[in-house]
Design a binder for this molecule. Structure first.
Ligand SMILES: Cc1cc2nc3c(=O)[nH]c(=O)nc-3n(C[C@H](O)[C@H](O)[C@H](O)COP(=O)(O)OP(=O)(O)OC[C@H]3O[C@@H](n4cnc5c(N)ncnc54)[C@H](O)[C@@H]3O)c2cc1C
Length: 365
């Protein structure tokens, strides 16, 4: 069976950026909007610690905080051994912005998708993009629930995350800075009282660890390094993973109390930025536009902010105002430049392993 539908804006991808773009368009414009999401979110989704800056965006998107119950834990404190073995703590109680959150990303993204659907966005999920033809309008063929549907879109927003489906299809240049990867071990706790109620970061000669509690009595422990180093250290194997964690000053205390990991996941987190068009009927937001090292804490907040901005660009473009796209394109580059300076500051603060490739590469970039 096939059917045909016409939209003003089609959003590809229903993560942080896609849901923010969809909710902005649904709440603040009269445009007909569809969102395609290829997954059911039945696997782990990385990216879980957010600052309190999220709250003002959720307010703007009309998403009540009570909706997040069960998908969040308060993030009261961060501790880092970065630059020395000594642990430095920062408690949210001393911040005027209040505490951040540890999110269950599967549930968080699903809640925002449902809010977009309730706000009037046509949601196709799980949906595979079978065919994509650029033009005015765009023509898309989508396979969803055993049915192929032909869609037209006057404007497309690429929110497909690292896949950057439209950015690549349109052959836009992508500047990549590094080959950073994260190996995540997820643990299901038998002893809820043990849940470490703070984020812990600790550097090592080959990269850095990150541990965070997750809703549902779970813990995420990640090792962040470069792709070639991860391969050389064989950390995907249980014994080297345990031995490397035991060789730390602080992470070892957490690992000693954790059961065997219930899942290991490998994610590419290369810092990169795409050159977006200034005068075409599409743009990109979130990781599809720019990806950041997780030490910057920019991921989810930046993805939502850029999703909101991209929705405004789409609305302006369809109203015949073309200048906003050029401004957005510039702002994506400017944010990436600021991020690179911040990243240099972070990595420059760790001087103990200046001879090790992971730190050497970052001392010069
Ligand atoms: C290991 C790791 C740790 C991180 N830690 C943090 C953190 O602690 N804090 C933080 O703020 N950020 C963190 N981030 C970054 C953060 O997760 C991302 O920046 C954020 O999720 C980007 O949102 P997005 O909507 O652009 O992409 P995503 O959230 O990846 O969503 C993209 C969506 O598009 C869908 N999709 C892809 N291709 C298609 C297609 N062809 N058709 C339809 N759908 C498609 C995908 O299924 C996905 O649901 C981390 C990232 C990683 C990888």
């Amino acid at each position: 069976m096939s059917s045909s539908r016409d939209y003003d804006v089609v959003i590809v991808g229903g993560g942080a950026a896609g849901t923010a773009a969809a909710l902005t368009l649904a709440r603040y414009t009269g445009l007909r909007v569809a969102l395609l999401e290829k997954q059911l979110f039945d696997d782990y989704r990385a990216g879980e610690t957010v600052s309190s800056s999220l709250f003002s965006m959720l307010d703007f998107l009309g998403v009540g905080r009570d909706l997040l119950d069960g998908a969040q834990l308060p993030a009261f404190s961060h501790a880092a051994a970065w630059g020395s073995a000594e642990l430095m703590s920062r408690d949210a109680v001393f911040s005027s912005h209040g505490h951040g959150l540890h999110l269950d990303r599967r549930r968080y993204d699903a809640i925002l998708l449902e809010q977009a659907r309730l706000a009037g966005v046509a949601l196709l999920r799980p949906a595979q993009l079978v065919q994509l033809e650029h033009g005015d309008p765009w023509r898309l063929r989508v396979a969803s629930e055993g049915q192929e549907t032909d869609l037209t879109a006057r404007y497309l927003i690429d929110c497909s995350g690292k896949q950057a489906a439209i950015v690549r299809q349109r052959k836009r240049p992508i500047h990549t800075e590094d080959s950073l990867v994260a190996l995540y071990a997820y643990y299901q706790l038998a002893e809820p009282q043990f849940l470490p109620h703070r984020t812990l970061v600790e550097t090592t000669r080959h990269g850095w660890y990150y541990a965070a509690p997750l809703p549902g009595e779970r813990v995420a422990l990640a090792f962040i390094t470069d792709a070639d180093i991860l391969k050389r250290l064989r950390l995907k194997e249980p014994a080297p993973w345990r031995e490397a964690a035991a060789d730390t000053s602080h992470v070892r205390d957490i690992v000693a109390r954790l059961p065997a990991p219930s899942a290991l996941r490998h994610y590419a987190i290369h810092s990169r930025v795409a050159s977006l068009p200034a005068d075409e009927n599409w743009t990109a937001a979130g990781d599809a536009a720019a990806c950041f090292d997780p030490i910057s804490s920019l991921g989810i907040g930046q993805a939502m902010a850029s999703g909101i901005h991209a929705a405004r660009v789409a609305e302006a473009f369809l109203a015949g105002e073309r200048d906003m796209a050029a401004g957005y394109r510039r702002s994506v580059f400017a944010a990436f430049e600021t991020y690179l300076q911040m990243r240099r500051g972070f990595y420059g603060a760790e001087q103990r392993w200046r001879d090790a490739p992971f730190w050497q590469r970052r001392a010069t970039s």
